[in-house]
Design a protein around this ligand. Structure first.
Ligand SMILES: Nc1nc2c(c(=O)[nH]1)N[C@H]1C(S)=C(S)[C@@H](COP(=O)(O)O)O[C@H]1N2
Ligand SMILES: [Mo]
Length: 507
């Protein structure tokens, strides 16, 4: 049989397998029969994410940014299609070999499902039934494909129609499964039912925090524009009724708190700038928001951390972890179990219903979304998700700054041009920002108000721009006197450094 016909047989069988598996996975998620990740596609993707070597992860983030998940699924689709085509070609000559290879790939999918956090005994059913359907399709279609390649145009047409029909039905099944598996409806319903308690210290943002300069970052980042970074291929869809948080490990007594109890606690407002350690110099993986929540230290106090403990390992519903120094979670800073972001319940992508927000630390060691567990432990005994993947166990935010306007490559008119941007040194505070044009002297920028040392701070320098091409450089100094270093370092292992520069043309 011609190669292309055989390849088509493999692709149709693969599509049927995934269609059946996704449909069943969706059904099982919807009915609560599945506890982990019943979709083999999502499970394999999850295993892949967890084992991505640092260079590939950095490449993915720098080339696809926050679309890295979509890129992964597209990549998986390409690889799977190619594999199925190969199996189709192999099996056309040697059926048994083709079937065996198909089963092996099915088994890999099943293993991935079993290995995901919280997987239960039913979770592999969709994969197994899908593979069975695929095997049936292979053995039914190979003879048909052979007939099509040897036969008349009528045979070919019949085969094409049958194949396309199966593939279309499979795609529809997968789509239905996807939408069934979305428990977003329940999660969103429980989210809109929330009546947020008022904070005991409502934040009032002074008007002087936001500079009146076009193009500068909004002082408070609207939720829709707030950057999103996490390893979750499917956003965890918890509802408030199903959420609870357990404190255990080196504590005098284990404590579990549910949503209703959490809501009775005195809530704090805190302006905190979140920062991703993967942020490049000049990058935008950062955002500032008003978070509302209950201080983590209060919950820890109820559990009573034991002497010797120096770390809290927080875990999310999907098994991601962060290791945060116990001292940072028990001192007087507002490290929160946050339930609201800019006056709204947390958006699902930002950790609904409860996440951690810790001033002064990069997100990867502190900002656990969908948090369900706090283990009081030690750095010697435990490590967070990113530590064995080449990132530092400790992640204090570095003193940095960024030029927002003008942008690199902009053309501006000669005369007064506002050079403006943001600077940050969370929980230390920004003392000064200086700007340099070409090789000129450092000039002090005007600082906007900084209502808290836990947020970023805007700055502006009116520049007398003269004709030609110019390079503008910025550097910040924090209140401890640390001057932002010129030494360039990549994000790994503990945050990028270097001065941000832009080059502009003045007409
Ligand atoms: N559950 C979970 N929480 C997580 C992560 C994750 O992968 N899973 N990523 C962390 C990282 S690296 C960052 S920078 C922040 C980003 O928070 P945001 O998406 O709300 O901006 O979330 C943190 N919390
Ligand atoms: Mo991050």
């Amino acid at each position: 049989m011609k190669r292309s016909w055989s390849a088509l047989v493999g692709i149709v069988a693969g599509a049927l397998t995934l269609g059946v598996a996704e449909l069943l996975a969706g059904l099982m998620t919807r009915t609560g029969l599945a506890t982990g990740t019943p979709s083999p596609v999502v499970a394999v993707g999850g295993v892949f994410v967890d084992h991505t070597p640092p260079w590939l992860k950095n490449f993915a983030v720098s080339s696809f940014g926050t679309n890295d998940k979509l890129a992964l699924f597209v990549g998986m689709a390409v690889v799977l299609t190619a594999l199925c085509a190969l199996i189709g070609v192999l099996g056309a000559g040697r059926q048994t070999a083709g079937l065996v290879v198909f089963v092996v790939f099915g088994a890999i999918g099943a293993l991935a499902v079993v290995s995901r956090p919280r997987s239960g005994s039913f979770d592999i059913l969709p994969t197994m039934i899908g593979v069975a359907a695929g095997l049936w399709a292979l053995s039914a279609l190979w003879p048909q494909g052979a007939r099509a390649s040897a036969g008349t145009s009528i045979d070919r047409r019949r085969f094409l129609v049958a194949g396309t029909g199966v593939a279309a039905a499979a795609a529809t099944a997968a789509a239905i499964g996807q939408s069934l598996g979305q428990r977003a409806v329940q999660a969103l319903e429980s989210r809109s039912a929330i009546r947020l308690p008022k904070a005991v210290n409502p934040v009032v943002i002074p008007s002087g925090a936001q500079l009146d300069v076009k193009g500068v970052t909004p002082y408070v980042m609207p939720n829709e524009l707030f950057y999103r970074i996490d390893t979750a291929l499917v956003v965890p869809q918890l509802d408030t009724a199903g959420w609870s948080l357990k404190v255990h490990g080196m504590v005098d007594q284990e404590v579990t708190i549910d949503w209703a109890t959490l809501l009775t606690k005195p809530m704090q407002d805190a302006l905190v700038t979140l920062m991703c350690v993967s942020n490049e110099v000049g990058g935008d993986l950062t955002g500032n928001a008003v978070w509302t929540g209950w201080p983590v230290r209060e919950l820890l106090k109820m559990a009573g951390p034991q002497p010797g403990a120096d770390m809290v390992l927080s875990t999310s519903i999907d098994g991601w972890t962060a290791g945060t120094p116990l001292s940072v979670l028990t001192d007087d800073r507002n490290a929160l179990l946050a339930i609201a972001m800019n006056g709204e319940p947390l958006p699902l992508e930002h950790g609904f219903p409860v996440r951690m927000v810790v001033p002064g630390l990069y997100g990867y060691v502190s900002a656990t979304k969908w948090v369900t567990e706090l283990k009081v432990t030690t750095f010697a005994d435990d490590e967070g998700y990113w530590t064995p993947r080449g990132w530092s166990a400790l992640g204090p935010v570095k003193t940095e700054s960024r030029i927002d306007v003008p942008r690199s490559g902009d053309r501006v008119k000669a005369g007064t041009v506002a050079v403006a941007g943001i600077a940050w040194a969370q929980h230390r505070g920004i003392k000064a920002v200086e700007v340099r044009v070409d090789d000129g002297p450092w000039q002090a920028a005007r600082l906007a108000e900084e209502p808290t040392i836990d947020s970023w701070r805007q700055w502006v320098l009116p520049w007398q721009a003269v004709k030609g091409s110019h390079t503008i450089t910025v550097r910040a100094t924090d209140t401890e006197g640390i001057v932002q270093t010129e030494a360039q370092a990549p994000p790994a292992p503990d945050g990028a450094t270097g001065w941000h520069t832009v080059t502009v043309n003045v007409d």
